[in-house]
Design a protein around this ligand. Structure first.
Ligand SMILES: C[S@@+](CC[C@H](N)C(=O)[O-])C[C@H]1O[C@@H](n2cnc3c(N)ncnc32)[C@H](O)[C@@H]1O
Length: 245
């Protein structure tokens, strides 16, 4: 459980980064909207993790849309949709809307260096398209949100947008995350970031940085995974990212 004082301190730092009055207004709006969403919608991310991503997004001038892979009930989706409005970018949301795909025997269990361990099951974390879109309508901004229903390996090869500014992948399992990397990385614009939840898990971090996977599908060595094993500080303890130079 995150300490209230820590949340307050990190939120204050988030607003202090504003360069001018209109930027300050935007950042305050993000904090209020994110607090409201986190209270109203069941989320699997920590309260400040999307604020960590928002901090990057609001300081970035990278062109392209926002992509989310893994929506659950639409808590992270609603937060990203607020950013889509403030940044005037489309938000593309990919999900089966039927929960996790069936994990392979190797994917069923994962554990991290911080003592965290998890077992995954097919169908876990299901949120229907109606649930997610209703939450976005109620708590976020639906006008620029585009939904792509289906397993990543079926939708992403043909439906991934051509220019991506940043993406948030939160699908727990290695092979779906690799599907996301294969299709997002080539479209990620210079200066963009590909964020992941779950980098505290060892198999997950190893899987998305696997040398043979990168050589085969992306014809380049894997980039640095910032946050591998330990996350990105107390604001984003489960989050890591690749940065495109
Ligand atoms: C942990 S939940 C996402 C949590 C959400 N981002 C949040 O912060 O509340 C994982 C999501 O990934 C989706 N998912 C997992 N494997 C998938 C696959 N192979 N194709 C499409 N969606 C998948 C599930 O349906 C689920 O919505």
């Amino acid at each position: 459980m995150m300490h209230k004082l820590l949340v307050f301190r990190r939120e204050s730092q988030f607003t202090q980064k504003a360069a001018n009055a209109s930027e300050l207004k935007k950042r305050q709006e993000v904090i209020y909207a994110f607090r409201r969403i986190h209270k109203a919608v069941r989320c699997t991310h920590d309260p400040l993790e999307l604020l960590f991503i928002a901090d990057f997004a609001l300081s970035s001038t990278t062109k392209g849309v926002i992509v989310e892979c893994g929506a659950f009930k639409g808590g992270s989706t609603s937060k990203l949709s607020i950013l889509s409005r403030l940044l005037n970018k489309e938000l593309h949301v990919f999900d089966s809307f039927e929960g996790l795909s069936e994990p392979s025997a190797a994917e069923k269990e994962d554990a991290g260096f911080t003592g965290v361990a998890q077992t995954w099951q097919g169908g876990q974390f299901a949120g229907s398209l109606a649930e997610v879109s209703n939450n976005v309508k109620k708590y976020g901004f639906i006008d620029k949100t585009v939904f792509h229903k289906g397993y990543f390996k079926e939708t992403m090869p043909t439906e991934t947008p051509g220019q991506i500014a940043f993406a948030f992948v939160d699908c727990d399992l290695v092979s779906p995350a690799q599907d996301c990397v294969r299709h997002i990385w080539p479209k990620l614009q210079p200066g963009g970031r590909l964020f992941f939840h779950d980098v505290i898990f060892r198999k997950f971090s190893e899987g998305i940085t696997d040398f043979a996977f990168w050589q085969t599908h992306l014809k380049e060595p894997p980039p640095v995974l910032w946050g591998a094993g330990y996350g990105c500080g107390d604001m984003a303890p489960n989050v890591g990212f690749f940065e495109k130079y």
